[in-house]
Ligand binder design. Sequence first.
Ligand code: NAD
Length: 308
Amino acid sequence: MAGGAGFIGSHLCDRLLRDGWFVTSLDSFVTGSAANVGHLVGNPLFSMRVGDIRHPVDWNGDLILNLASPASPPAYQRERMLTLTTNAEGTRNLLELARQTGARFLQASTSEVYGDPEEHPQRETYPGRVNPIGPRSCYDEGKRYAEALVVAAVAEWGIDARIARIFNTYGPRMDLGDGRVVVAFIGCLIEGLPLPVFGDGSQTRSLCYIEDMVEGLVRLAAGPGLAGEVFNLGNPDERTILELAEAVQQAAGRRAAIEYQELPHDDPTRRCPDITKAMERLGWAPQVPLEEGLKHTWDWYLDQHARQ
Ligand SMILES: NC(=O)c1ccc[n+]([C@@H]2O[C@H](COP(=O)([O-])OP(=O)(O)OC[C@H]3O[C@@H](n4cnc5c(N)ncnc54)[C@H](O)[C@@H]3O)[C@@H](O)[C@H]2O)c1
């Protein structure tokens, strides 16, 4: 697994190991950390390699999962060239590896390929509305190019590759400083700071708990006859940022003032997946209600904070 020491990757490692797979994590630690997989060291089914997918990769196995890419706006805006080349050269290297070894391939793409969409909720058929020179372009266009590579590799090399368009996912092990809304609110509640809300807080987010996302990715990786297919994976339960601020406070049992801040000009106003295809073809739908997922997440961060 490329990106196995990241937020989603480390949870996917946990799950695959529980299912009895041998798992190798390849990660450069540019945004992930060894701590995310520290609990797995010593597990005879697990090995961890430090490396960069932008260089050719030597490995043999049945399944290649490509989760390697900075994923949060502050992280990819700090590392624009790395983000573009990781998604371009890195994805190409891993597809070459799938071609050589005959492994199945799963690409972690993103709802950001839809850009600033005019269709709500977004279906897989929506081609997207992306600004190639905007502040998010290194990520959006990198991921779009990676998807094009995947479908080209399926068509020309006959490999079995699938694409997951992942929508906002949250849970333990997200980087507290990465700017995404749930951890931003949790960090503030832990420190006793006001909760920052951009604009009037009426913009929406649809948040998927990590356990549900991992289940969706496993089903997409395991299902037969899915070469070249693209699936939205996310939770269609859409909430405004103000509703989310309230839900995080409820989960934490703590309250804080709201601090309204200027809306960044690239802040998406709505993001919501249409998951009909995943429901019909993978038999998958999120099971964890927002309130429950937020409670697990809060408890984990509070425990981490207490250990420091
Ligand atoms: N978390 C979300 O809500 C979300 C939403 C949409 C898509 N995704 C996608 O899911 C994947 C995982 O996201 P995440 O939230 O776990 O992010 P993350 O930053 O926690 O994990 C990404 C991992 O990839 C590693 N990495 C980055 N570039 C690399 C390279 N060139 N070589 C080797 N390792 C490299 C990082 O060190 C990190 O461990 C990403 O591809 C991301 O685009 C995530």
